[in-house]
Design a protein around this ligand. Structure first.
Ligand code: ATP
Length: 370
C-alpha cells in the first residue's frame, strides 16, 4: 500500500449508553452500553438475530433507538440524520449507482464538497491501490464482481476521512481466498489510517483476526466486551465459550474435594461452587493432549488429570492433526502437532490429559444456548 494517511484529527470516540430498541414483540437491543475508543477496531459479533445490524444502523443514523444515548466525542448525536454524522459506511446492500464509473463513484463525496479534479484523481488512484484494484478506475460499477464492488465501497467510504468507519459484513460476498487477503488489507488500512471502526460479522475467525476488541452479543444484549484473547481464554459464560472458537462442552459436578467430577474421572482443582453443584466445562481442542494408556506422567504434568479413553477418529490437517477421543460417554475433539498426534491411530487406548489450568468452569447445567 502506498497511500499517505490523512490527518487523524477527525477520528472520534463513541459512547453508547443504555440503548434499547424494540420491533413489535422483539427486543432487538436491551440496555446496550459500549465505549469505543479513538482509533479502535471493534467487531460486533453474535448469532443471527442478536441485534448487531440494528446497533450499527442506530449508530449510523438509519434507525432510531427507543431509549438510550449515543455520544460522539462527548456530544449527543442521536438526533442527527446519517449525512450529518460524517461516517464512512459499507453496508451489505449499499446501492452503488451502477451507471457511474469507479472513479466517479469513489470521488462523488469529494466532488460535491468542491475538491479540485486533480486532488480527486490522486485520491482515487491512492484508494484503488489500497483496495488492490489499481486498474479499474474507468470501469462501470455495473461491470464489477460482487467482491470488487465491495472493495470499491470500502474505498468510497474512506475517500473523505470519516469520523467513524462502519461496516456490516463487508467481506461476506468474497470467496475464501479473497476474504482472507481482504481481512489483512482491511486491518492494515485501519491501522494505517487510525480510523475508529465498528464492523459487524457473524464470523468469529474474522472478528478474532480484525478486532482490537470483540463485543459478543446475544438476544439484544452484550455478553462480553473485551480484547479477543481474553474472550477466547476467559469467556464469561458457556455461550461465549462455545461461540468463540471450538470448545468441547461437558457437564460436570463439583466433587467433595472441590474438584470437578467429569466424564470417567476427576480434575483436581479448587472449584468455587458448592459440593454437588452441576457445572458446565469448556475445553479447547488445542489444550488437550494424550499419552499411551497407563504411562507414568512426568513432573511437569502434575496439573493434568488423566482420563482413560480410546481414539475414534484421526484426521491429518497438514500442520496439525485432529483426533476424536471417547472417554466414557463423552467424545472430545483434540488438536495437536506432537509425535503422539502424528502417530495416533483409530482404536488406540490412551490416557487423555486435561490441564486443570486450561479448563473454563461455568455455574450452568446446560451446554446448549437457550
Ligand atoms: P443477522 O446476522 O442475521 O444479520 P443481526 O444480529 O444483525 O442478524 P438484527 O438484524 O439486528 O440482527 O435483528 C435483531 C432482531 O430484530 C431480529 O429478531 C430481527 O428479526 C429483528 N428486526 C430487525 N429489523 C427489524 C425490522 N425492521 N422490523 C422488525 N423486526 C426487525
Amino acid at each position: 500500500m502506498t497511500s499517505t494517511p490523512p490527518s487523524t484529527s477527525t477520528h472520534s470516540h463513541l459512547e453508547v449508553q443504555g440503548l434499547g430498541k424494540r420491533f413489535g414483540v422483539v427486543d432487538a437491543l436491551s440496555d446496550v452500553d459500549l465505549k469505543i475508543q479513538r482509533g479502535e477496531f471493534v467487531c460486533l459479533l453474535g448469532p443471527s438475530g442478536c441485534g448487531k445490524t440494528t446497533l450499527l444502523r442506530i449508530i449510523a443514523g438509519f434507525e432510531s433507538a427507543d431509549r438510550g444515548r449515543l455520544l460522539l466525542d462527548g456530544s449527543p448525536i442521536g438526533h442527527l440524520p446519517p449525512h450529518q454524522r460524517d461516517f464512512g459506511m459499507v453496508f451489505q446492500s449499499l446501492a452503488l449507482f451502477p451507471h457511474m464509473t469507479v472513479a466517479e463513484k469513489i470521488s462523488y463525496g469529494m466532488r460535491i464538497r468542491g475538491m479540485d479534479a486533480k486532488h480527486c484523481r490522486d485520491r482515487v488512484e491512492e484508494l484503488l491501490h489500497v483496495v488492490s484494484l489499481p486498474t479499474i478506475a474507468d470501469r462501470r460499477v455495473s461491470e464489477l464482481s460482487g467482491g470488487q464492488r465491495q472493495r470499491v465501497a470500502i474505498a468510497r467510504a474512506l475517500a473523505i476521512p470519516p469520523k467513524l468507519f462502519l461496516l456490516d459484513e463487508p467481506l461476506s460476498a468474497l470467496d475464501a481466498q479473497l476474504r482472507d487477503s481482504m481481512q489483512i488489507e482491511l486491518r492494515q488500512l485501519q491501522q494505517k489510517f487510525g480510523v475508529t471502526t465498528v464492523l459487524v460479522t457473524h464470523d468469529q475467525t474474522e472478528a478474532m483476526m480484525l478486532a482490537d476488541r470483540l463485543v459478543v452479543m446475544r438476544q439484544g444484549r452484550v455478553l462480553q466486551n473485551d480484547v479477543p484473547t481474553e474472550v477466547y481464554r476467559k469467556p464469561k459464560n458457556a455461550f461465549v465459550a462455545e461461540f468463540i472458537g471450538a470448545a468441547n462442552m461437558l457437564l460436570g459436578t463439583v466433587g467433595a474435594a472441590k474438584d470437578i467430577v467429569v466424564m470417567n474421572g476427576t480434575v483436581p482443582m479448587h472449584a468455587s461452587g458448592t459440593v454437588g453443584q452441576k457445572v458446565t466445562l469448556a475445553l479447547r481442542p488445542e489444550d488437550l493432549s494424550f499419552q499411551a494408556r497407563g504411562s507414568a506422567r512426568s513432573a511437569d504434568m502434575a496439573q493434568h488429570a488423566a482420563f482413560p479413553g480410546e481414539i475414534e477418529f484421526v484426521r491429518n490437517l497438514g500442520p496439525v492433526s485432529e483426533i476424536i477421543v471417547r472417554c466414557g460417554e463423552a467424545r472430545l475433539r483434540c488438536i495437536g502437532s506432537d509425535n503422539a498426534f502424528r502417530q495416533a491411530s483409530v482404536g488406540q487406548p490412551i490416557d487423555l490429559l486435561v490441564d486443570s489450568q486450561r479448563i473454563c468452569v461455568f455455574a450452568e447445567s446446560t451446554t446448549s444456548p437457550t
